[in-house]
Design a protein around this ligand. Sequence first.
Ligand SMILES: CC(C)(COP(=O)(O)OP(=O)(O)OC[C@H]1O[C@@H](n2cnc3c(N)ncnc32)[C@H](O)[C@@H]1OP(=O)(O)O)[C@@H](O)C(=O)NCCC(=O)NCCS
Length: 182
Amino acid sequence: MLSPFSLDDAALVQRYAGDPQVARTTLHVPHPYLDGMAEKWIASHLLQYLEKRNVVFAIRSRAGDLYGAINLSLRMGDQWGELGYWIGLPFWNKGYCTDAARRVVRFGFEEMGLNKIYARYLEGNGGSGRVMEKIGMIREGIQRQHAMKDGVLRDVVEYGILRSEYTCGCSIRSGNHFRGAP
Ligand SMILES: CC(C)(COP(=O)(O)OP(=O)(O)OC[C@H]1O[C@@H](n2cnc3c(N)ncnc32)[C@H](O)[C@@H]1OP(=O)(O)O)[C@@H](O)C(=O)NCCC(=O)NCCS
């Protein structure tokens, strides 16, 4: 399930996003994740949404338990969105991120009217790259030594999907489960 975050989620956000395993492969999750950061982050979502800059969803079980977060950072003038996500360590490799990402791609094309959705990962983050493949994105290239992480300049791998590929289902490749528009 995807839904907005509420301030009641703050303690779990701090625990999951604050895990060094999550911080290790992300560029925008602060570390250490101090008291108050989660509340501030959650409180920022409404304005970002109203200004069409960023849409953030909580990824939850059907019962409402928090698994992680996914967002679409928007540049409406260029009709693109950049997907970002993290999942709490206890819930890795259960397909939750893929399910959520597939739904957010649909949201981006069908409800936000985007032309392109892309995502990037720090080289070495094979799990994130696999999610991008599974949702039908195509590898576009590498931004060499593009991001400073823990004092080291790292390569960034970029994947993307166009609206035309989404609607015709033509980004289907062996091994990914993308089905195009429902
Ligand atoms: C990346 C992340 C979001 C994936 O979430 P998830 O819910 O575990 O993802 P899914 O279960 O939907 O899919 C993971 C896929 O990656 C595969 N995988 C896991 N580790 C891998 C690795 N080191 N190399 C290659 N593939 C890997 C899994 O087997 C699975 O593929 P499969 O379904 O074909 O078996 C999660 O690991 C995470 O939060 N990592 C820390 C934060 C982060 O890196 N965010 C992304 C920043 S770009």
